[in-house]
Write a protein that binds this ligand. Structure first.
Ligand code: ZN
Length: 83
């Protein structure tokens, strides 16, 4: 396991996110309003497949699979030993 030291080549944001599709999301509710607003307690995700890895700020995608994301991060010197 390596620690990710992501830096977006486009906007320099340091947050990398994984985007998943085909996910069933179940949410525990705390409150509900007549206009349709609800207050969530906890969410749990079930299943799903990785669609891409991208910058959280600008959406710049770096890879479509976990293996490619690892390779991209390694190539750009953005992985550090976890200790
Ligand atoms: Zn970015």
């Amino acid at each position: 396991m390596m620690r990710i030291m992501f830096k977006c080549p486009k906007c320099e944001s340091t947050r990398l996110e994984e985007v998943m599709g085909n996910v069933t999301v179940a949410s525990s509710l705390l409150g509900i309003a007549e206009d349709g607003y609800v207050e969530y307690a906890v969410q749990s995700n079930d299943g799903g497949v990785v669609e891409r890895y991208q910058c959280m700020a600008c959406g710049h995608a770096i890879a479509c699979t976990t293996e490619d994301a690892f390779g991209w991060l390694k190539k750009h010197g953005m992985l550090k030993k976890w200790n």
